[in-house]
Design a protein around this ligand. Structure first.
Ligand code: PHE
Length: 462
């Protein structure tokens, strides 16, 4: 098989780049609000169990397929079995869809960051601010362009000089910022108008304490579904991204170790994000503030920063910088996957493909921005939620395609190609794949069944 020209320089570079893809707005935005919604510690326990089982299996599969075939998803599946070529195309759709809206969210983060840098940000804590911003015609497009340009620049520079170099510098910075803010969050305390004092440590208890009260089978299933959906999105699995990154890993890298490190990184950052956000929101806005769902970051947090007084602005700048870092390295991985796949198919240079994918991203992202004004409409999705353009893209990629792709991949690996191919890849340099038995059992029996259920539930069929 032909060796790829571009590669990560070694294990650390790969782990940081893959962790950069995995750690994104999902960890910092979605994880804490799901946690708040799903009974704190209960969600944490369920999520952790899923990371160690499903997360590990799906991540290992993607990365090992990538390194084994040394190809991107579009070709990799065909190499494994020519009849399964369609799976590569299906996989390619996910980053193509995510790319349309991820840079829009990146633009929102950039806007908040810039506003805190140039002003005290009090305007951001007004209730209607976020809605009026995203429904305005020009501003969201301008900030999206800024974010997209930065993403394209990193991808343009290539795997080692762009993605790896950037991740090596950004990921440690992200960890430092998040640790600092999390510790600060725990020291907070606030007395509200009724004289009730709430402290960060009480907030930590709300976060960690498993709330089993009124736990019914139905509610537990709901928590399970939330955690499962979060896991896919958070680990960037089943969308060809980890196949692409896997194809850049040198043969002498110990996959066992790298996969564990990526999982620890991703879950650790999600955990710290919860530790940073939940106590802070609890202290200043009480338990009501935590029920705010997706508006947590853009509506509740600015209120929290405003309540902190002068230091609030500094914390806000650190927060949105960190969130911007997280979003950037994720967006880079989405774009890289598109570029790399197209380079392979059309045999064009990285530069040319970057320009073409850049234009695709730009046009689609503008459409998504306009989905909040010019093209505004509301659609009821099969899972019962009301959606706009951005939510529809998110729904098709995450709730529809990802479980479906995982289902097909598990059938391909478990029953057609056989799990031995993956195990041999993990043990390539004589390493011992400790969880090999678990892997075989999961990929053959558990993953297909659970993915089928997840797919049917999230598409509203059952
Ligand atoms: N894993 C990223 C996150 O947690 C999101 C992402 C999804 C990145 C898909 C790339 C592709 O936010």
């Amino acid at each position: 098989m032909k060796e790829k020209k571009s590669n990560f320089s070694g294990s650390i570079g790969f782990v940081l780049a893959a962790a950069g893809s995995a750690v994104g707005v999902g960890n910092i935005w979605r994880f804490p609000y799901l946690c708040a919604k799903d009974g704190g510690g209960l969600f944490l326990i369920v999520y952790l169990a899923l990371v160690l089982s499903f997360g590990f299996v799906l991540l290992t599969t993607d990365i090992a397929i990538g390194r084994h075939t040394k190809q991107n998803a579009l070709k990799a599946f065909a190499t494994l079995n020519s009849k399964w070529k369609f799976l590569g195309y299906l996989t390619f759709l996910v980053p193509a869809l995510i790319m349309t809206y991820y840079s829009v969210i990146g633009g929102w983060i950039t806007k908040y960051f810039c506003t805190y840098v140039v002003s005290d940000g009090s305007i951001l804590s007004q209730d209607s601010y976020f809605t009026s911003f995203i429904t305005s015609k020009v501003s969201p497009i301008v900030f999206m362009l800024l974010f997209l340009a930065l993403t394209a620049w990193v991808v343009y520079r290539g795997v080692e000089k762009g993605i790896e170099k950037f991740s090596r510098f950004i990921m440690p910075g992200l960890i430092l910022l998040i640790l600092g803010i999390a510790i600060f969050s725990l020291t907070l305390s606030y007395t509200d108008a009724n004289g009730t004092v709430r402290t960060g440590l009480q907030g930590l208890k709300v976060y960690l304490y498993p709330d089993f009260s009124s736990l019914t089978v139905k509610r537990f299933l709901g928590v399970l579904l939330d955690a499962m959906g979060q896991l896919f999105f958070s680990l960037s699995v089943s969308m060809g991204i980890m196949v692409t990154y896997g194809s850049y890993v040198k043969d002498d890298v110990d996959l066992n170790k790298s996969i564990n490190q990526i999982e620890i990184f991703d879950t650790g950052v999600a955990f710290l994000a919860g530790m940073m956000i939940i106590p802070a929101v609890f202290v200043f806005l009480g338990t009501d503030g935590m029920a705010s769902g997706p508006s947590l970051i853009f509506i509740s947090l600015p209120k929290v920063f405003a309540s902190m007084g002068a230091i609030g602005r500094i914390v806000a700048i650190a927060f949105f910088l960190m969130m911007g870092f997280a979003a950037l390295t994720s967006c880079v991985s989405v774009m890289e996957t598109l570029v790399a796949n197209c380079m392979e198919i059309f045999h064009k240079s990285r530069q040319k493909m970057c320009a073409i994918i850049g234009i695709y991203s730009l046009v689609t992202a503008v459409l998504i921005c306009l989905g909040y004004n010019v093209f505004y409409f509301e659609v009821k999705l099969p899972n019962g939620t009301v959606a706009q353009l951005l939510d529809i893209m998110d729904y098709i990629s995450n709730s529809f395609l990802m479980p479906f792709i995982s289902l097909l991949t598990s059938i391909l690996i478990g029953w057609v190609v056989g799990p031995k191919l993956i195990i041999d890849e993990v043990e390539r340099n004589g390493e011992h794949f400790r969880r090999a038995k678990l892997y075989c059992f999961m990929i053959r029996y558990v993953v297909p069944v659970v993915m089928l259920i997840l797919f049917l539930v999230s598409t509203g069929i059952i």
